[in-house]
Write a protein that binds this ligand. Sequence first.
Ligand code: ZN
Ligand code: ZN
Length: 165
Amino acid sequence: MPHAMNVAFACPRCQESVRVEVPEGAASFACPACNGELTVPPGAYHDGRLEQCLVCPSTDLFIRKDFSQRVGVSIVILGFAISCVTWYLRLPYWTFGVLFATALVDLTLYFLVPNCLNCYRCDAQYRGLSGLDNHEHFNLETHERYRQQEIRLREAAAVAARRGA
Ligand SMILES: [Zn+2]
Ligand SMILES: [Zn+2]
């Protein structure tokens, strides 16, 4: 059985946010919400590696840690709060210990959580695919390019709607 990856995306047909298991190399897959068929672009895989978003289909993808920013921040805040208490109780070694442990937990979590592949254009997320770690990391320039493009598209659509009315 081929390796399956988990794809989270906003369906272009029904706009629903969905998650679906797609076998790697599959020629198409169905949206679990509307059952609409999404065709995988023919050049999506190169040497067994996903090079193209299966949904939109942009070739600009980046990896990031599949780590909730909120969890990371909560750990740091909790550690800081405890260290304030120990500091107040005049327990300097406990204070340093707590701060050190907080940093360690944060770092360990960072290394333990796997990467997740994201599409710059439509924000689709791919998890558990092979060759994932070899992809490029987030690039602000590429992100900005797509953001500007989206703004222009939205403006153009607004102008077209006004003309049509
Ligand atoms: Zn759908
Ligand atoms: Zn995409």
